[in-house]
Design a protein around this ligand. Sequence first.
Ligand code: PLP
Length: 340
Amino acid sequence: MKINLISDTVTKPTPEMLNAMFTSEVGDDVFKHDPTVNELEAKVAAMFGMEAALFFPSGTMANQTAIKLHTQPGEQLICDKYAHIFNYEGGGVSFNSGVSCRLVDGDRGMMTAEQVEEAINPPDFYHSPLTTLVCIENTANKGGGACWDFKELEKIKAVCEKHGLKYHLDGARLWNALVAKGESPKQYGALFNTISVCLSKGLGCPVGSVLVGSKKDIDRAIRVRKMFGGGMRQAGYLSGAAIYALDNHIERLHEDHRKAKEIGVVLDGLSFVKSVEPIETNIIIFAIDEKLITQEQFLAKLKENNVEIIGMGQGKLRIVTHLDYTDNMHNRFISILKSL
Ligand SMILES: *Cc1c(COP(=O)(O)O)cnc(C)c1O
């Protein structure tokens, strides 16, 4: 039995999801003629109580499109130093939008409203870039799947309104936060200009993300997506998977979270584990004492047991639970860890 815990993107479609894909009605989505894509977009927009939505081949393209919509070249956005848009989108913020990132030194990927306000450049000081956008990430990936306090998001919204800034949410793992905190998509739809959500992570789809926003923003987003090469044809096969996942794979995220917490407890009890970061959702970040076992030795030991996880550098490692991580695998992994 191979146990792959490097990411929640390693899942394969379930037989039921494959069936939903096979039986999807399709058309050419570049002409907006794909009924299943149209259905998905209407469904996600309604979930968030927002006017419109657009299907994307990746979360990166959805985020990059949002940044393009909300900024002009030379301007600056504010985000946490751990933000995916800054660290893991290939420098797309500067390449696609000609925008710089003002990084905030937050806690596990999360900033305070005070920090955001301090990071805004004075608009009448023409020497510094004009601040026009604030980007949030929930859950915070590099922060160990950390969930924001919704009250802080509301305070940041007030800062955005006071200073005329746009507000974007990178919600690649927002589903995990909603389930963990008992929140609703509509709460988020009421707060942000745009939200990107991922279908190929916790929800287990093979491909896809959706951007939600106002009708005006989404109309413009169609052109940006085309420019980025993201106009797709019979994408209904992928949207069929997404509709199935939205109906069947959200509530079960609790199980991924429970398993992650159980792994955390076991890790905490191992002599060579220095620290385990707080576990709120499906991501576990922990540090090992490299005087006792090096990262390479630890990863090799797991590999001998057919378990794969990834190192994040500086003695930190990451485990991510997901839809394809079964109860059997969980029991086996726990006993492997205890035997080390
Ligand atoms: C995975 C991820 C993305 C991008 O998703 P891709 O589909 O891989 O492009 C964006 N933001 C966060 C926080 C992510 O974890």
